[in-house]
Every structure is written in structure tokens, then in C-alpha cells.
Write a protein that binds this ligand. Structure first.
Ligand code: C2E
Ligand code: CA
Ligand code: CA
Length: 430
């Protein structure tokens, strides 16, 4: 089926919604609106090409039309957004339809062994007296809420979402200025040798206190910075801050020679050819040797990677900086890259700790993961250690490096300086 001309169809949806709303009689349910967005459409066109993108869009539209059948109307609104109108449906029925749409889309052949296709869906069951435009806008609010939580989710509109959206908009409108104005701060969290208790390095984590909203979590503002195209600027700001602080520590404290600062890098940064030069400059500016810097990259940057990424990784290794795979064990299952990529350490995600203390199976599993990492010639850093029991078990499993609230929360520079001077309290170390 060729893609439909969306302007005409969206007007048709609007007209159908208006007539379903006018008025809602006692003998039937109000209309329900579903806004459907194809997740990762940029990934599709970037990796598979525009023609394949068109085919997939047409398949999605066919799936929507089949799912709604005679009960309503499906239309394409934008390249990767669609509307489905049920003129007479309960919210529960609309939800069921959303579920059927998701199943249908998951079954579409994306033509590669890459990610399975998915859609995010916002649902609004209209209320008596509502204007058609409001219903559509609120379905859009629900869709935004679904997308904000990840891929492949369905959200039904709730009034609180309007408030959340307002906050979201404030963050979006102020984030770029905050990054460019140098108002993003950092916190430092120690990476600890589990056996000696020595602080081997620190991870540098971005922090933002918004004047009206208070502190905003990195999990919230970093994805937005990526969407706004300013994540690279943020990372460079954090990198420069981290290297400046490291230099100050090197000059004033008696740090071990192996001490490193670890800085998080957004996956897309690797795509820029100038990235290696930027890192080199940052090191030169701060007067820090490359071996004292480690860059943390998530599995996503390797797995979706192509030649450009490999080029950057090898270039960075040649420069002499350390490379960590961050959040190891989440998301992607391909492990073959562990041996192929020029990385130095794998940071094992805290979700893999699970119920380590009580669950023997989990302990064996983690042991196997640590062995896998070390068999590939890398060291493992275990993230998210929160208790003495966990630390002790990990020591016995032979893990060498760890990080987590048990040793220290991320700290402002002053407090981190004190910790570097005093060392960790002996009670924490053993
Ligand atoms: P991440 O790189 O996995 O960083 C570790 C996160 O785990 C940090 O959250 C840290 O505060 C938290 N954490 C540390 N120990 C524990 C623990 O024992 N228990 C629990 N529950 N959590 C612990 P934070 O600072 O909120 O950062 C979240 C994520 O934001 C980071 O995850 C990283 O992906 C991203 N991020 C932070 N700063 C930057 C940055 O400068 N650039 C980029 N690109 N991403 C950053
Ligand atoms: Ca990290
Ligand atoms: Ca991590």
C-alpha cells in the first residue's frame, strides 16, 4: 500500500472526531484517540535507507488499518506519526487496540537482524464537551509521556501529565543555555580497589540545579541534551572541568600514579571525526597525560557502531586514554565485541547485582560475567555496590574494582578532595 497523503487523511480524522464528539449521546461511548509514533525512525532511515523507511511506514499504516478494522479510522499524520480514531469506544477498548497495534508492529519484518520495530502510543478517551483539538493535544501529551519513559509503551492521558509536560518544556527551554553558560556542575564518585580499599580513580557525573525546579536528574536532562544536539557540548564541558580538577589534585595531593578520572561520553560523539582532536586539546589545555583519563562509553555506541566508531576507538586508544564499556550487561546481548574492541575495562551494571546476598544463582551468574570480562583481557568494575555484604561477596568472587553508595555517594569537589586526603574509612574497606 502506498503511503497516504497525510494532510487529507488528518483532516478526515479531525472531521470524524468532531462529528463523534457532537454531541456524545447517552446511548454510546465517547470517541477515543490514539496517537502512534514509530520508535527509532531515524535509526531505520539512517541504517536501512529512505526506501526501506518508506516500506516500513507503509507496513505500519497497514498494521494500524487492519487492527482498527471497521471500528474506526487510521491515518498517517507525519513521517513517523499516525492517528487512530475510535468514534465509539471505552478507554479499555482503546487500550486493547493499542496492544494489538504493538503486537502487529513487532511482527513487521525490519529486514535486518537489528532491533525489533516498536511504537509508542498515547491514548485519550474524550470527555463530553471537549473540543476535538483538545482531545488530539492530550493524546499527544500521553504520547510524549510514553516516549519519555522508553520505547514501545502505551500511556493513557492523565491530567498530571500536563504538569509534567510543563516541567519538561521548562527543562528543554533552559538546558542549552545552562550548558553554554557553564551552569552544569559535576560530582565525583570514587572507583575503589575492593581488596586494598584504595581509591583508584573517580567517575565524573554531571549535575544541574535548575533555578526554579531544583536539581534535575542526569537521566532526565542527558537524553534531552542528546535530542537538542547539545550533548557533545555538555560532555566537553564536563571533560574540561574534570581534567582541570584532576590537575589541581595532582598538584596538591599525593595521588597514586595510576589514578584516573572517568568521563561519560554520549554515543553520538564517536561519530564526529573531530572528537579525538577535541579530547587531545582538552588534555593539552589541562596539562594532563592521556593515561590519566578514561572515557566511558555505553554498549549502544559499540553495537550500533560502524567503521567510524571503530576508527574513533582505535584513535582514542592510540592517544593513550582508557576506554570503559559502561552499563555492561544491559540492553544488547552481543558480547563478541568484547574481544574485538580496543577497550580496557567493562563496568558491570548495577542491575546485574540483583539479589546477590540471598540468591546463589545470581552470585554464580555474576561470577560468570566477571570471568567472561577477564577472559577477554579486560578488568571489571562492579557498579552500584550499596552494602558491606555485597562488597564482601564480590571480593570473594575475585572482582577487583567497585563503585557505589556503600563506598561513597557522588560528592562535590571539596568533599571529594577531603576523601582523597583521608582515604575511605577503614570500616567501609573491610
Ligand atoms: P552511569 O554512567 O551508569 O553513572 C552511574 C550512576 O549510578 C550515577 O547516577 C550514580 O550516581 C549512580 N550510582 C552510583 N552508585 C550507586 C549505587 O550504589 N546505587 C544506585 N542506585 N545508584 C548509584 P547519575 O549521576 O544520576 O547519572 C545517571 C546517568 O547519567 C549516568 O549513568 C550516565 O549515563 C549519565 N551521565 C551522567 N553524567 C554524564 C555526563 O557528563 N555525560 C554523559 N554523556 N552522560 C552522563
Ligand atoms: Ca558511567
Ligand atoms: Ca554505568
Amino acid at each position: 500500500m502506498p503511503p497516504l497523503v497525510w494532510q487529507d487523511r488528518s483532516r478526515e480524522v479531525l472531521r470524524a472526531l468532531e462529528s463523534a464528539l457532537d454531541p456524545i449521546g447517552p446511548d454510546r461511548e465517547p470517541p477515543a484517540m490514539l496517537l502512534v509514533s514509530l520508535d527509532s525512525f531515524n535509526w531505520v532511515t539512517y541504517n536501512l535507507g529512505l526506501t526501506e523507511g518508506d516500506r516500513i511506514v507503509a507496513e505500519v499504516l497497514r498494521t494500524l488499518s487492519e487492527a482498527v478494522g471497521q471500528h474506526g479510522l487510521a491515518a498517517q499524520l507525519d513521517r513517523d506519526e499516525f492517528a487512530v480514531l475510535l468514534p465509539n469506544a471505552t478507554v479499555a477498548q482503546a487500550r486493547r487496540l493499542a496492544g494489538a497495534i504493538q503486537r502487529g508492529v513487532r511482527n513487521i519484518d525490519s529486514g535486518v537482524s537489528g532491533p525489533i520495530l516498536s511504537v509508542s502510543i498515547g491514548v485519550r478517551g474524550a470527555e463530553a464537551g471537549q473540543a476535538a483539538n483538545t482531545v488530539i493535544r492530550e493524546a499527544g501529551v500521553a504520547l510524549d509521556a510514553a516516549k519519555a519513559e522508553g520505547r514501545g509503551l502505551v500511556k493513557v492521558f492523565e491530567p498530571f501529565m500536563l504538569h509534567a509536560l510543563q516541567i519538561h518544556r521548562t527543562i528543554i527551554s533552559d538546558l542549552t543555555d545552562a550548558i553554554r553558560g557553564g551552569r552544569i556542575g559535576v560530582a565525583y564518585q570514587p572507583i575503589v580497589d575492593l581488596h586494598s580499599g584504595r581509591i583508584e580513580g573517580v567517575e565524573v557525573l554531571a549535575r544541574w540545579t535548575h533555578p526554579a525546579l531544583g536539581s534535575v536528574r542526569p537521566d532526565e536532562f542527558i537524553p534531552l541534551a542528546e535530542d537538542l544536539g547539545v550533548a557533545g557540548e555538555l560532555d566537553r564541558h564536563v571533560l574540561a572541568t574534570a581534567l582541570g580538577q584532576l590537575k589541581a589534585w595532582q598538584e596538591s595531593l599525593d595521588l597514586p600514579d595510576s589514578f584516573t578520572v572517568s568521563v561519560n561520553i554520549t554515543p553520538a560523539e564517536l561519530q564526529h571525526f573531530e572528537f579525538i582532536e577535541q579530547v587531545r586539546h582538552a588534555l593539552d589545555d589541562a596539562g594532563v597525560e592521556p593515561r590519566h583519563l578514561t572515557l566511558e562509553l555505553t554498549e549502544a555506541s559499540f553495537v550500533a557502531g560502524d567503521d567510524v566508531d571503530a576508527y574513533s576507538l582505535h584513535g582514542l586508544r592510540k592517544l593513550g586514554v582508557g576506554l570503559d564499556i559502561d552499563d555492561f550487561g544491559t540492553g544488547y546481548s552481543s558480547i563478541s565485541y568484547l574481544r574485538r574492541l580496543p577497550v580496557t575495562r567493562a563496568k558491570i551494571d548495577r542491575s546485574l547485582l540483583g539479589n546477590l546476598v540471598e540468591d546463589v544463582g545470581q552470585r554464580r551468574f555474576l561470577n560468570a560475567v566477571v570471568n567472561l570480562v577477564t577472559a577477554c583481557g579486560l578488568s571489571a568494575v562492579i557498579e552500584g555496590i550499596e552494602t558491606a555484604e555485597q562488597a564482601e561477596i564480590l571480593r570473594r568472587l575475585g572482582a577487583t574494582l567497585g563503585q557505589g553508595y556503600y563506598f561513597s555517594r557522588p560528592l562535590p569537589a571539596d568533599a571529594m578532595t577531603e576523601l582523597l586526603v583521608s582515604g575511605l574509612p577503614s570500616a567501609v574497606v573491610r
